[in-house]
Design a protein around this ligand. Structure first.
Ligand code: BEZ
Length: 252
């Protein structure tokens, strides 16, 4: 789930149409979280709250946090306790039994601040369970966008954090976590609306300022290139997602 960046504005309906798979793939992560009734759990980067709802349904007291006002509003329509906030500036003090995060941490480029804030938010022995884009994630989209920008003398903005398992383990350990599980794995992902739909939904933060006409041309060209770089199955484009999944225990 996304955490907002200044140049990324999420429309809950478009997000649901183009990126519902984000929550679908996140469901097994809830098994890894193993939420227990009455636990207090923070969903960091809760998006429209679909997974927060599943956690709440197990009898937990959940708080969803996301940078996007639109997605927080969508989460609240489900009856969830959701707040708008920056995951890089968490101010909770040792009040959560667990922090959960699906497909959001790669949007928070100050990973050190995120991990420090999560450590401070957890009770001693609390779990940090998450999955996000790891090293090599969406390489084809990044190549396609860089090529389209470069052809116009423009440079992509660095907007995502895709670490290796070794680098993320080291960061967690530096902040007082033990890490019983961390693994990087490819997760080929069929795109319901093809490369163009993916780029419309997610590419914005990589794009520098440019005219509307240039913007449309860059996205169209990048979509065409990405379609040539990515495999297809049963008429669907398969995106080259790579996931980093981990379980960490604070003070454990
Ligand atoms: C991801 O879930 O890996 C992702 C989604 C959008 C932009 C970048 C990464």
């Amino acid at each position: 789930m996304p955490n907002n960046t200044p140049s990324q504005h999420w429309q809950a309906d478009a997000y649901a149409r183009n990126a519902r798979f984000v929550a679908d793939y996140g469901t097994p992560l809830i098994d890894l979280l193993a939420p227990q009734p009455h636990e207090r759990i923070l969903d960091l980067g809760c998006g429209d709250g679909v997974l927060t709802q599943k956690i709440a349904d197990t009898g937990c007291d959940t708080v969803g946090l996301d940078g996007s006002a639109e997605l927080v509003a969508a989460a609240r329509t489900l009856g969830l306790n959701a707040v708008q906030g920056d995951g890089q500036k968490l101010a909770f003090k040792h009040e959560f039994d667990a922090v959960f995060s699906n497909a959001a941490l790669h949007w928070m480029t100050d990973a050190e601040a995120v991990v420090a804030g999560v450590a401070q938010a957890l009770k001693p022995g609390g779990r940090f369970v998450g999955e996000f884009g790891g090293s090599g994630n969406i390489a084809a989209f990044q190549t396609a966008l860089r090529q389209a920008l470069h052809a116009r003398g423009l440079q992509a903005r660095e907007c995502w954090y895709f670490p290796t398992a070794e680098a993320y383990r080291a960061l967690l350990e530096q902040h007082g976590f033990s890490v019983p599980h961390i693994a990087l794995f490819p997760r080929p992902t069929p795109l319901p609306t093809g490369a163009a739909g993916w780029l419309d939904t997610f590419a914005e933060p990589m794009l520098p300022a440019m005219s509307n006409a240039e913007h449309a041309a860059v996205l169209a060209e990048a979509a065409a290139t990405a379609e040539t770089l990515l495999p297809h199955e049963n008429g669907q484009t398969i995106a080259d997602y790579v996931r980093l999944r981990f379980v960490a225990v604070y003070g454990g």
